[in-house]
Design a protein around this ligand. Structure first.
Ligand code: ZN
Length: 285
């Protein structure tokens, strides 16, 4: 991609040079780590010189970031996706459409067996089911939020200072009954510990849910949404804007839990993906 095909590309290149000179840092979107597996993230460089291409996966818009002048699709892959060849649809600003292909590899996740003493949280009663159905719609609406503005960065920081007590992707059994795989990262911390926004964004929803307890959703832009669950306290309201690191509430044990912790989910184009792919590795700096 070194040949200058269009004035737009040349302009981009000049801007890059100017910013490089003025800040000493490359003009580059910080991409998450690539891991094209179920529950991972695929990075696909777009084969177009268009200045504002849009990309779609399974009919849904996906994030497109400018990485040093190379537009790259950042695609969230749901845990339930079937490994194999995938098709990405690209539309240029002039309305031209074409497709590109990438491959999802397979990944085996570990199993985990948990004992929940509140049996109603494992086998909800009839009267709980209506509430759960209503809540699932609302949770899905928040997680599938799409706003066109790209995120400031896709590099997130851990919302809680605490060890990982349960990794992403575990195949879970509650009281020996199979349930949905673990779609977030559990961070252990005492009740009342502050929870910080993983990046800047806008609060899209808050609520108290049957399984997730007190929950906050933050929209970071272009389909990147973070979710914080089981909170003891919520300090923000829908519509608030937050900065990276801002305290949004505290660790608790509301909802379906075995003890106080933060369940933290990262959603990308409505796919729950491994949050560790978005964590800056301090050792590399
Ligand atoms: Zn969890």
């Amino acid at each position: 991609h070194t040949d200058m095909k269009t004035p737009a590309i040349l302009g981009q290149w000049l801007l890059t040079v100017i910013l490089l000179t003025s800040t000493g840092k490359p003009l580059s979107a910080e991409l998450p780590s690539a891991l094209p597996v179920p529950g991972g993230v695929a990075l696909v460089p777009l084969e177009t010189g268009d200045a504002a291409p849009a990309a779609y996966f399974n009919g849904k818009p996906v994030m497109v970031l400018n990485n040093d002048g190379q537009y790259t699709a950042v695609i969230g892959l749901a845990l339930g996706i079937k490994p194999g060849p995938q098709t990405l649809e690209i539309r240029t600003s002039a309305g031209k459409s074409f497709t590109q292909h990438f491959t999802v590899e397979s990944k085996e996740y570990q199993s985990q067996y948990l004992t929940i003493s509140n049996k109603r949280k494992v086998n909800p009663e009839k009267r709980d089911m209506e509430r759960i159905g209503r809540e699932q719609k609302r949770i899905h609406m928040a997680l599938s939020t799409w706003t066109p503005m790209p995120p400031e960065t896709t590099r997130l920081h851990l919302p809680v200072q605490g060890p990982v007590s349960s990794p992403f992707g575990l195949r879970r059994y509650f009281n020996d009954q199979p349930r949905k795989p673990h779609s977030g990262l559990d961070l252990a911390a005492p009740e009342g510990s502050p929870i910080q926004a993983a990046a800047s964004g806008r609060i899209v929803d808050t609520g108290d849910y049957f399984f997730n307890g007190n929950t906050v959703f933050i929209d970071h832009g272009q389909g990147l949404v973070t979710m914080y669950c089981h909170m003891s306290r919520i300090d923000v309201d829908s519509g608030d804007t937050v900065t990276a690191g801002q305290v949004i509430g505290a660790v608790g044990k509301t909802g379906r839990v075995t003890g106080a912790h933060l369940h933290w989910s990262v959603s990308l184009n409505d796919a729950r993906v491994d949050p560790t792919l978005f964590i800056e590795k301090a050792a590399e700096d």
